[in-house]
Design a binder for this molecule. Structure first.
Ligand code: AMP
Length: 391
């Protein structure tokens, strides 16, 4: 990575302002998945060990941006972080303003403070330089460890980096390292697997991956649009008619490097209790819809993955939220777990799928950022990364 990290700066006695992605699921004040908090602990520990005071900032959900809303408060996160760190974590009632500045100035080396949700201010998401400057007043060095929001140019991710020396944290470094390993100089064979609902969301990713990978396996709802492009009738399946020409062009240019499902699980309703059948993709009757890949497809994908040295996976193979249509997605998760390869899982649904399948710890890397990892795979420059100092 050509960006400076916390290792490249002197942190002793400094006040460090660090952007983290603590956008965790919270219901009634209880955090149901604290992975994003735990993933930042190595950077936090390192900064404190260097003798710095640490001010953390994050967003949570999508508040209106007009001030405090209890539902989106980061207070439960401060409490969880304090348990995980085994030390007190102060909590600031806002992210800017004189009171917060005084609290930041009073923070001693080794102390930690979390600011309230940065998105309580609309200016944050607009990357307003005024709020960036106010945030920058709180620290002397800016650390960005929020890979999950690095694809957004906002005051706390990008703007503030213009007013303070800005470096990456360890989580950011790890994410970039694994994702670039998969995209820049992959060990071959390099197989990419894409799924999820729509092809239109992922055209850029498909095109960029096809320039680099040896094989691209496509499942999930997006495969239906390819079937349509091949002239198959797919009943009531999710299809994007306007993307059919794109799918056709991709098939024409990529030829056999694109591997599509050879059988599919179809259902007579979008319902876990629906009647189901396994058929070839050109045998979907009217009134039925494709909701998962079939067992022969799992075997086909298994052969395509044999010997792979690098695998990137983004998007489920079916409607895995319903147990009856989750088997294809879980089967792919288990296949990846058995490979002797660098396996990189794009965040979001694929990350929760490997977790649900119980194989998350068998993957080389499970990204904490869904949107950010997709944009990275698309070859885009992430503004939150671009703003960091070069080595
Ligand atoms: P995405 O956000 O594009 O990665 O899409 C994820 C969503 O795709 C999940 O909620 C899945 O339920 C959905 N999905 C996967 N396969 C299908 C399918 N065959 N038909 C409809 N939705 C699907």
């Amino acid at each position: 990575m050509n960006k400076k990290t916390v290792r490249d700066v002197d942190l002793k006695g400094k006040r460090v302002l660090m952007r983290v992605d603590y956008n965790v699921p919270i219901q009634n004040g209880v955090i149901s998945d604290d992975r994003r908090i735990r993933e930042t602990l190595p950077t936090i520990q390192y900064i404190l060990d260097q003798g710095a005071a640490l001010i953390l900032m994050s967003h949570l959900g999508r508040p209106a941006g007009t001030g405090y809303e209890a539902e989106f408060s980061l207070k439960p996160v401060a409490e969880r972080l304090s348990e995980l760190l085994g030390r007190p974590v102060k909590f600031a009632p806002d992210c800017i303003g004189p009171e917060v500045e005084a609290m930041a100035a009073a923070l001693q080396p080794g102390e930690v403070m979390l600011l309230e949700n940065v998105r309580f201010h609309k200016a944050e998401t607009k990357n307003d330089p005024e709020i960036s400057r106010q945030l920058a007043k709180l620290g002397e060095i800016f650390v960005n460890d929020a890979f999950g929001t690095a694809h957004r140019a906002q005051s706390s991710t990008e703007g503030v980096a213009h007013y303070l020396p800005a470096v990456a944290g360890f989580l950011m470094e790890k994410e970039l390292e694994f994702l670039s390993r998969a995209t820049e100089n992959p060990e071959r064979p390099y197989v990419a697997i894409l799924g999820g609902a729509k092809i239109s969301d992922k055209v850029g990713v498909i095109e960029n991956l096809l320039q680099k990978c040896d094989r691209l396996l496509i499942g999930g709802g997006m495969a239906n649009t390819f079937f349509k492009a091949m002239g198959f009738e797919v009943g009531d399946s999710l299809v994007e008619d306007e993307a059919v020409p794109t799918a056709k062009a991709i098939l024409d240019s990529a030829g056999s490097r694109v591997v599509l499902p050879v059988d599919v699980v179809i259902a007579d309703a979008f319902d876990n209790e629906a009647n189901t059948r396994v058929v070839a993709p050109n045998e979907v009757p009217a009134g039925w819809r494709i909701l998962d890949i079939g067992p022969k497809t799992v075997e086909t994908f298994k052969s395509a993955l044999t010997g792979a040295k690098t695998v990137v996976w983004n998007g489920p193979m079916g409607v895995f939220e319903m147990p009856r249509f989750a088997e294809g997605t879980f089967a792919i998760a288990r296949l990846l777990a058995e490979l002797d390869a660098t396996t990189v899982i794009g965040g979001g649904d694929s990350a929760s799928a490997v977790k649900k399948a119980g194989v998350a710890d068998k993957m080389s890397h499970v990204s904490t950022g869904g949107g950010a990892s997709l944009e990275f795979l698309e070859g885009k420059v992430l503004p939150g990364v671009a703003a960091l100092q070069d080595k």
